[in-house]
Each structure stands twice: as structure tokens, then as C-alpha cells.
Design a protein around this ligand. Structure first.
Ligand code: SF4
Length: 301
């Protein structure tokens, strides 16, 4: 099976010690069985420390330090598992972050998730989001599909990439072609929905209640909103298994784009480095909660 990715994918490299929003802080990372076995059987003294730092229940995971850091993060922001044992000893979640995968009728697609600040920076700086390339090949067979969402998804990405249209025209064309209007749900109802979601950080809930579909971003920010919409479309519309689901996932993407837009406008974020933390908060609170995603999709049925 072939593995495809957007062209910008190959630009990604973890910036580790330079990262201001490290994924090694604040998250209890689960350790898969195969890696757990590697730590248990490895003779290196640091592997013994790693094994001791893992809580068994509910699923094996690294116990966070009191300050919320992963116990293997050193004072320079570098990973001690890598420096002592090598990258091969990272658990699957650490090895894969910030990648996500979708099965398609053509093979597997991989993307970068915007909970990672460097991935977010690359995505907001890339205008080739509708171009893909083969990044890997493996021996596994391709899954069978009754419905192929990729041509319609690519059609949406191509509309977003058009240079002869402005931001508002692109949104309008996509809404018309797919009969999606997130404005058909009132701001009050969207806010009620946002209020009912589960949050890791309650200050984000207050922040998200600034949501409105009426903000029109200034021209300098429209380019970032187009690119974040393209990212959501690549990540979610590809999951659709029917035309109805295409509309539902597209509604989710357009809602998330408007949420990002509302945060940018209400916080008056004027440059990329002010915009990135706002996008990370949306990713952490919504993309990382299947329940929250399901709640939003349910309202879009
Ligand atoms: S968030 Fe991204 S750039 Fe930062 S430490 Fe994690 S993978 Fe590296």
C-alpha cells in the first residue's frame, strides 16, 4: 500500500528545545505493549528508569512530574529516552506525534496535526495544500470502500487554492456547492453547543464563547484561515463514507474555521505567532476529544 501526504509534510522536523508548547508537557502519554516489553527487557540502566516511570493503570502511561512535565524531558527540553536509548525506544504515540492517518481507496494518507506548534507553523505558511506526494510504501493491502470521498475532497481543496477568488467568494462557492451553511444554526445555538463540550482547560471554554459566524477577517488573516480550512478538510472530509457524511464533515470543518476566526478577531491576534496558540487550543480541546467531535457532528446531521 502506498502512503501519501500533502507536499508540506516533508518540511516537518520537531523543534524540541525551541518548542514553546511542548507535547512533552501536560499530557499523560500512553505506552504501547511492544515498547513496554522493550523497556522491560533492555539491559541499559536508563531503560530500567523508564520502566519504573510507567503507571500500569488504566492503560500503561508515563507518570507526569509534579510540574506536569514528562519525566524524561530534560532541563534543555530534550528527550532523555532518545539521548540514552535512541529514537527506536520511543513509544508509538511519541514516535508518531503530530501525525494522523486516514485510510482512503488509494492507500493511506498521513498529515500533520495542528496541536504541534511547528506543524501549525508549516501548515499556515504553505500554499501547496492541494498537492500530494507519495512518502512511503508498505506491503499491507488497501482497504475496500463503497464510497470514495477523495475526488470531492480534492474539489474543495482546489476551490480553496484558487487565486482568482477572494476568501468570501471561496466560502460562498463551497457552501453553495455542498448545500452547507453553518449560519443556518444561530450563534446562540453554536455557543450552547460550545458550552456543553468537555474541556481540558476551562479558560478555553470562556475563550470559545466569543464564537460568531459574523466576523469577517481582515485580508492579512484570510490567507491563514484558508490554509487552516484546507487542513481541516484534508483531515476530516477524507473520513466520509457517504455523500451525507461529506456534508457533515465539511460542516465540522467550516465550523472549526469560524471558531479559529472568532478567536483571532476577539483576541486581535495580528501575526502568525499570536495566531498559532489559538489554533492549538482548538486542536487540543476539540480535535483531541472524540466526544466533542461527535457532539458537533451530531448537530450537523
Ligand atoms: S509540539 Fe511538535 S515541535 Fe513541539 S516538541 Fe512536540 S512534536 Fe516537537
Amino acid at each position: 500500500m502506498k502512503i501519501y501526504a500533502p507536499k508540506y509534510y516533508s518540511k516537518f522536523k520537531c523543534i524540541s528545545s525551541k518548542c514553546t508548547h511542548s507535547c512533552c508537557i501536560g499530557w499523560e502519554i500512553d505506552v504501547d505493549k511492544a515498547t513496554l516489553r522493550k523497556y522491560k527487557t533492555c539491559k541499559h540502566p536508563y531503560a530500567k528508569d523508564v520502566f519504573k516511570s510507567i503507571a500500569k493503570k488504566p492503560t500503561p502511561h508515563f507518570k507526569l512530574c509534579k510540574n506536569g512535565n514528562c519525566p524524561h524531558l530534560d532541563e534543555n527540553g530534550l528527550c532523555k529516552v532518545i539521548s540514552n536509548l535512541g529514537e527506536n525506544y520511543l513509544c508509538n504515540i511519541s514516535k508518531e506525534h503530530p501525525r494522523f492517518y486516514n485510510q482512503t481507496p488509494y492507500g493511506l494518507e498521513v498529515g500533520l496535526g495542528v496541536s504541534c506548534e511547528e506543524a501549525c507553523r508549516i501548515i499556515l505558511n504553505s500554499n501547496d495544500f492541494n498537492l500530494f506526494e507519495e512518502v512511503e510504501k508498505d506491503a499491507s493491502p488497501i482497504d475496500k470502500f463503497d464510497f470514495n470521498p477523495i475526488p470531492l475532497r480534492n474539489q474543495i481543496l482546489d476551490i480553496i487554492a484558487r487565486k482568482d477568488l477572494n476568501y468570501q467568494e471561496k466560502i460562498q462557492i463551497i457552501s453553495n456547492e455542498f448545500s452547507i451553511s453553518i449560519q443556518s444554526i444561530s450563534d446562540k445555538n453554536w455557543k450552547n453547543l460550545l458550552n456543553s463540550l468537555e474541556y481540558l482547560d476551562n479558560s478555553h471554554k470562556e475563550l470559545f464563547l466569543c464564537f460568531t459566524t459574523t466576523y469577517l477577517p481582515t485580508q492579512d488573516k484570510q490567507i491563514y484561515l484558508e490554509r487552516i480550512l484546507a487542513y481541516f478538510v484534508y483531515r476530516y472530509v477524507s473520513k466520509a463514507r457517504s455523500l451525507e457524511e461529506i456534508k457533515q464533515y465539511l460542516g465540522l470543518c467550516m465550523f472549526l474555521e469560524k471558531l479559529v476566526c472568532s478567536l483571532i478577531e476577539s483576541k486581535n491576534a495580528s501575526n502568525l505567532e499570536e495566531i498559532i496558540p489559538l489554533i492549538i487550543s482548538v486542536s487540543e480541546e476539540i480535535e483531541y476529544s472524540e466526544d466533542n467531535i461527535d457532539e458537533i457532528l451530531f448537530d450537523l446531521i
